[in-house]
Design a protein around this ligand. Structure first.
Ligand SMILES: [Zn+2]
Length: 371
């Protein structure tokens, strides 16, 4: 294992933010996998899975069983890790400006489209090499004025030429679920079967450029713009939600790490014969059909369903109790589906998303992810 440490630019005098990448195998000799943990910072199960990956990867490397290159960023957000207010860890949003750490990741599509203009040909492998080179150059040309902008730039630099990108997160209270690009549904289902995912949510664009899409969507866009040239979706990228924020356990982390390694084996990053896929626990469904249950007003949240529960259309998912009148407002699901995540707090403000249901009947438009 080779440890690379870099210092983020843009910090105030006397403050240093360090970012580490652990490298296993050799760059350029086979498929590349990039794995990062806890871009939102307060996603401790993701940090634990990164730790659970370290020893097995080191052992595989020592045995000569890494065919390509694995880059593991064990804590992807040192700025967010340090954010504390009144004794509480504050992840997800940059306290400087309120921007979600996993949004507005630079979209390199236009820069790459310009760079490869007139050069794409009839050979898919040549096109992949050309586009990858342009992606590297576009990422290297990004500039950053704050530590968080530099963080996004640096993570993208490490990830942008990978064949596989696994962005490890968690939700507040949740089952294991995945987000991915619609045309990569089969590969997402493969990872989902290995990890025991109970929801897999697909979109071609979920809005505001989250990290997984910043890596995969340039390929999708170039393919769409050049239907005459063979352009594969050469980067499989997914957001892996490792259950709820309190779901830290050594055995769970060991299982998750083993599933990730098995996926890398199937992708040719690791040597060895893959095991048969376990039976999937669900099929991918459109993110646009995922139903947010939202609080219309202030109140006490009392749930009737928990993560992993299948709910029917019209089912009562939660009550909102008005503390002034005592009125109980039932909140019901419009669509049938699996409740895959819910909030951890029990006091709701108006407009607050309380739960998410993976359904099949809705067709939401606009920004599909919660803030
Ligand atoms: Zn997250």
């Amino acid at each position: 294992m080779r440890t690379e440490t870099i210092e983020l630019a843009g910090s105030s005098p006397g403050v240093r933010h360090l970012l580490q990448a652990w490298h296993f195998g050799q760059p350029g000799c086979g498929p590349k996998a990039y794995i990062q943990a806890a871009l939102h910072a307060d996603e401790i199960p993701a940090l634990l899975v990164a730790q659970a990956l370290r020893e097995p990867l080191a052992a595989l490397e020592a045995a000569g069983d890494i065919r390509g290159h694995v880059v593991l960023v064990p804590w992807a957000n040192p700025v967010g890790l340090a954010q504390q207010t009144l004794g509480l860890h504050q992840g997800r949003f940059d306290l400087r400006d309120g921007v979600n750490f996993n949004r507005l990741i630079p979209d390199l599509t236009e820069a790459v489209a310009l760079a490869v203009s007139g050069q794409l040909g009839a050979d898919a492998d040549t096109n992949v090499a050309l586009i990858r080179d342009a992606l590297r150059q576009a990422a290297a040309a990004l500039t950053a004025g704050t530590p968080v902008a530099d963080l996004k730039r640096q993570l993208l630099l490490w990830a942008i030429d990978a064949d596989t990108v696994l962005d490890l997160h968690c939700d507040q209270q949740a089952t294991l679920h995945l987000y991915g690009l619609t045309p990569q549904a089969d590969m997402l289902a493969e990872l989902g079967a290995l990890m025991g995912a109970q929801a897999m949510l697909l979109a071609t664009e979920s809005g505001d450029s989250p990290f997984d899409e910043a890596c995969s969507r340039p390929w999708f866009e170039l393919q769409r713009r050049h239907p005459q040239q063979p352009i594969p979706l050469a980067c499989f990228s997914t957001t892996v939600e490792l259950r709820g924020e309190a779901d830290t356990g050594h055995e769970l982390a060991r299982q998750d790490a083993a599933a990730i390694l098995e996926f890398l084996r199937r992708r040719g990053v690791l040597a060895g014969v893959p095991q048969p896929l376990p039976a999937p626990r669900c099929q991918p469904t459109p993110l646009a059909a995922s139903e947010p249950i939202t609080a219309p007003c202030h109140g006490i949240v009392v749930f009737h369903a928990q993560p992993g529960d299948r709910v029917e259309a019209g089912a009562r998912v939660a009550d909102l109790v008005d503390v002034e009148t005592g009125a109980v407002l039932p909140l019901c699901a419009q669509s049938a589906g699996l409740l895959y995540a819910r909030c951890a707090t029990r006091w709701a403000r108006p407009g607050q998303p309380l739960a998410k249901i993976a359904g099949t009947t809705l067709a939401r438009t606009g920004k599909l992810l919660s803030a």
